[in-house]
Design a protein around this ligand. Structure first.
Ligand code: FNR
Length: 179
């Protein structure tokens, strides 16, 4: 059976390393795994007043896509030791209505990437904490932190085979969680 996944990158940057990792994975995953990489560009700043029946179209579409998917793959850069505001904002929208959102019970694999040696590990801590708050099924495994990412991405693709293998292990673990 095909595994249908949604991929979200916390960077809107055209030459983003984080997005490059997701796009590489999309291209190399086995035929029975489909990774739909969605941009967060159109997601407005979270405002509870805008939510409800008239929620922004982009938010409704993303919620529907996540609800229909078997699992979620998120990668964020680290900004000032936290996940990017773009990622946190999207997760806040997806987390509503609280305790009954499209994130509830949704398998989620988290990753971070950074040009520094630490690979955004502090941002990943926050990501994981957020998925605990949303009652998602966080994939518990060795953390996928991609350090020195600038040396591992070329022309918008991850070109470092050991890193790619390591990340693909994470997908196998995600598949196990999806059941
Ligand atoms: C950064 N960067 C950064 N890197 C890091 O490892 N830890 C950090 O705390 C920060 N803080 C930070 C704050 C801000 C505002 C910016 C713009 C950048 C560097 C960051 O990892 C780098 O710009 C990445 O290339 C961003 O990810 P994308 O866009 O390549 O996916």
């Amino acid at each position: 059976m095909t595994l249908s996944l949604i991929g979200l990158s916390g960077s809107l940057r055209r030459r983003s390393y984080s997005t490059a990792v997701l796009l590489t994975l999309r291209d190399v995953l086995p035929d029975d795994v489909r990774l739909d990489v969605r941009s967060l560009e159109d997601i407005p700043l979270f405002n509870d007043d805008l939510d409800g029946e008239d929620a922004p179209v982009s938010v409704v579409a993303l919620r529907r896509a996540v609800a229909a998917a078997d699992g979620l793959v998120v990668i964020s850069p680290e900004y000032n030791h936290g996940m990017s505001g773009v990622m946190k904002n999207a997760l806040d929208w997806l987390s509503r209505p609280g305790m009954n959102s499209c994130l509830r019970d949704k398998p989620a694999l988290t990753m971070t990437a950074s040009p520094s040696a630490l690979g955004g590990v502090r941002a990943q801590q926050q990501l994981n904490e957020t998925f605990i708050a949303t009652c998602s099924r966080l994939v518990i495994r060795r953390q996928i932190v991609i350090g020195m990412v600038a040396e591992k991405v070329m022309d918008g693709r991850l070109v470092h085979p050991p890193t790619l293998d390591f990340v693909l292990e994470g997908f196998r673990d995600l598949r196990d969680v999806c059941g």
